[in-house]
Design a protein around this ligand. Structure first.
Ligand code: FES
Length: 112
């Protein structure tokens, strides 16, 4: 298991999202929903498109390219064309930092 530091709690206000880089290349999107932090893969599971260009609405994240919405509690797509859930990473908040705890090795990312 490894713990990866993504960003500071005070970098991300309620209702906002921000991309963080893991291992120099993998993008992880951190979302603050009412003070709860969620971390999902930063690239859409449908095609290569950055999800921080999308929209947050009522616990969902909409990809701006083809408008699939994803449930931020499960990562599941709610509309086509996306079919694969987004990978979600367990978040640990400690000492004012938002971190994820993931298995050793490459970060899990789902691709369509
Ligand atoms: S790239 Fe996100 S829905 Fe197509």
């Amino acid at each position: 298991m490894r713990r990866i530091d993504l960003l500071a709690v005070d970098e991300l206000a309620d209702g906002e999202m921000k991309m963080a880089f893991v291992d120099g290349t993998d993008q992880v999107l951190v979302v603050n929903t009412g003070g709860e932090f969620t971390a999902v893969q930063g690239i859409c599971s449908h095609e290569y498109f950055e999800l921080d260009k999308g929209f947050l609405t009522n616990g969902t994240l909409t990809c701006a390219l083809h408008l699939s919405r994803f449930d931020l509690t499960s990562g599941e797509p709610l509309d086509p064309p996306a079919e694969q859930p987004l990978a979600m990473y367990p978040v640990v908040v400690e000492d004012g930092r938002v971190c994820i705890e993931v298995p050793d090795g490459p970060l899990e990312i789902s691709e369509g």
